[in-house]
Design a protein around this ligand. Structure first.
Ligand code: T4K
Length: 371
């Protein structure tokens, strides 16, 4: 049993040494420049764009406001096709814009929107598709783009989990019209709270920068009912420091992913998410599917882990389509989403983060194997 004071959560934020952060804070105290696109904000936008291999990037105070603003920036209205298998912020961003979500089922291997099922959900009101690269695993970006091109739809990727993921040799974030990232404490790269929109060109970035600053285009011109979505200087400074450690953090996650795979190999009824050689991953989550050959039900294993002080999470259960503000939609009907329902009732995300101790990892594997 892991001791009570040694509770293991699904994740733990990466924190660089505090002493290395203090000089950044001293600079902020000295300059009195706290927010509104200050020097650390500008520097982080450039450095992150370079690191991620994208042209332009607009920082946000969190991923949710980045999603809300991305929809505004492209003037999305009517209906948007999206996945029920995600964090609730994905669909909430649609409701905040007065848009109707239309849920489409997911693919059983990728857990992402099933492109084969998208066309049947398109109506004259559809204006966009909002897929999610769940757990940082790339969507079928080619097929989705093909459908979008045929029907004249925009594609906004919720890439909250996909920091640093490459697909076929370049950034996954380059796909679609816009992609959004989250830098929440629980993410691979964190700025306490934070987020970004990846923009294809400077003109789009300017529009997004205006929208995240109340719609101000200059001192006296307001172009739209924008929001206050700006990242502050403390967050941006933290991001600059985090960037120095990110490669090490992802490498460590990779090792833990590998140890889980080796340790769980051959356990009947435990299915690890398959990774493909066409992508490089960030190992943000370690989801396993509990299938009928396993002696315990998913919730029984979840409880058993908790009894040992291991707080794994059932991301993403319940499905978004089960929440009261969505379940009345025709597309939320369970008969429309059989795969998503099956995956949501069988998934557990095991703890994965760079500081996860090896004996704890071994214990988690042993608990799962011993059932
Ligand atoms: N789209 C997708 C696909 C997303 O997954 C998310 C966020 C968003 C959009 C929206 O992006 P943001 O607006 O959040 O930037 C967490 C996160 O709060 C949320 O950001 C994330 N997805 C979601 C998947 O996970 P909870 O409700 O599970 O968080 P919580 O507080 O239970 O934290 C999980 C565990 O992490 C805790 O048990 C302990 C550990 N933890 C957490 C925090 C906050 C820490 O050790 N330190 C901390 O500061 O939602």
């Amino acid at each position: 049993m892991i001791k009570k004071d040694k509770t293991i959560y699904v994740t733990q934020p990466s924190m660089p040494p505090l002493s290395e952060f203090l000089p950044y804070l001293e600079k902020i105290w000295e300059s009195k420049w706290l927010t509104n696109g200050g020097p650390f904000h500008q520097e982080l936008e450039k450095k992150l764009a370079d690191y991620l291999g994208v042209e332009h990037l607009a920082l946000f105070v969190n991923g949710t406001l980045a999603l809300v603003t991305a929809l505004q920036a492209l003037r999305i209205t009517g209906e948007v096709i999206t996945t029920p298998f995600s964090f609730v912020a994905t669909a909430h961003s649609l409701l905040w814009n007065g848009i109707k979500p239309v849920f489409v089922d997911i693919h059983p291997e990728t857990f992402n929107l099933d492109p084969e099922k998208i066309e049947a959900a398109i109506t004259p009101h559809t204006t966009a598709i909002m897929p999610v690269h769940v757990y940082g695993k790339p969507c079928d970006v080619e097929k989705i783009q093909k459908i979008a091109d045929i029907y004249g739809l925009k594609v906004i990727y919720d890439a909250a989990h996909a920091f640093g993921v490459n697909y076929k040799g370049e950034s996954l974030l380059k796909h679609g019209d816009l992609s959004i990232l989250s830098f929440h404490a629980t993410k691979v790269f964190n700025t306490f709270e934070g987020g970004a929109i990846i923009c294809p060109d400077a003109k789009t970035k300017k529009r997004i920068d205006d929208l995240k600053n109340f719609g101000f285009a200059d001192e006296v011109t307001v172009i739209a009912p924008g929001i206050n979505g700006k990242m502050n200087e403390v967050q941006a400074a933290f991001g600059l420091l985090q960037l120095k450690y990110i490669d090490k953090a992802i490498d460590r996650r990779h090792e833990i992913d590998q140890l889980y795979r080796n340790g769980l190999q051959g356990v009947p009824g435990i299915h690890c998410m398959q990774l493909s050689s066409s992508s490089t991953y960030n190992y943000s989550y370690f989801p396993i599917l509990i299938e009928k050959e396993y002696p315990l039900l998913r919730d029984e294993l979840y409880e058993k882990l908790r009894q040992h002080g291991i707080y794994a999470r059932r991301y993403f259960y319940p499905l978004i389509s089960e929440f009261p503000m969505y379940r009345g939609l025709p597309s939320a009907d369970r008969s429309n989403l059989p795969v998503a329902n099956k995956v949501a009732s069988g998934v557990i995300c095991l703890p994965i983060y760079p500081a996860l101790e090896l004996d704890h990892l071994a214990r988690i594997i042993q608990i799962i194997r011993s059932a």
